[in-house]
Design a protein around this ligand. Sequence first.
Ligand code: ADP
Length: 372
Amino acid sequence: MSERKDLLGDVRRVVVKIGTTSLIKDGAVSKEFMDSVAEQVFRLREEGRQVLIVTSGAIGIGLKAMGAKPKPNEMPIRQAAASVGQSILMQRWSESFQRYGILVAQILMTFDVYSDRDSANNLNNTVESLLDNSVVPIFNENDAVCINEIKFGDNDTLSAIVASRTDSDLLVILSDIDGLYDSNPSENRDARFIPVVHRIDDSIKAMAGGTSSGFGTGGMKTKIDAAEICRDARCNMIIASSKVYGVVYRTVAGDDVGTLFVSGDEVPKKRRWIKSAHAAGRITIDKGAEKAVLEHRSLLPVGIRKVEGEFRKGEVVEIVCEGRIIAKGVPSYSSKELASIAGRHSDEIEGILGYRLHADAVLSENIALLTI
Ligand code: ADP
């Protein structure tokens, strides 16, 4: 068996992320590309694999249909275009899949839906039910209603979250580039291709440093962030070029196409959710508490210096020390309650609040470290 096939194992469930650059050719949606994706998905399903799709492209398609040319950052017209474009986009996907007798479903995501644990669980049930009924779920961010605060921002992150939530074995990110290089190839002609990444460390992150120069939507940086989300979910990830013939089928089959990010040990689902959920506030802690959080995932009220934002019990917050976010967590108390017990010993909690749920401000199982 080839090294790639060995590393990938048997892929039962795969998420395929399709970027705008792959879908739109010369200003128009590439029907040929969509048909080819549908055909490859058909073949994968014939082999007993399940496929989910994350698609971009709605804003571009909508702007073209409306004949609109907004100025950069002109939100209302972009959001209007997203709602026009999304229905055209789904119609096109639907037509392509119909050729192979496959039914598709549209799932529009917002970060706040995902950040609410009940909604996230409901979504999971919907997806499982669709897959049980042989439907291909097609995700996109709901740009028509999204304001910046509740945005995933790019479909790289969204696709990784979908892969993580649905316990997928592989995420394939299709892009205009054939994978990760040791520096941005559009700026450096000598950039070298990296076929496999076993560990995402600072040197790997530094390779994607060139993205801020305005290339694409997320560039490589958001793709590496996506790889970190996948790693924690025991999901492999491949970045590959949409121009490679049969790219979806071939990556799943373990051909040497694109850059493979090998998954790591699985982090419990709840901690994964905490890590990527929207933070409703922040707790600043002192150095002693930082040590306790990092070493034992323990945070008592006595180590809390400041509480910012308004949050309820059950919402996710950032845990910050000296300006650096070291962890995220779900506190056992609301922001108001935490503010009144900050800096106090745990045996004072009942006297101050009139009840005591836990001695910890945030329980260990509800803390996800961001520093590793
Ligand atoms: P998509 O729209 O398909 O998600 P993006 O344009 O957002 O694609 O991201 C791919 C781009 O990232 C490449 O075309 C390249 O210009 C840029 N990039 C930055 N750093 C790197 C790197 N180290 N290796 C490869 N591509 C890089």
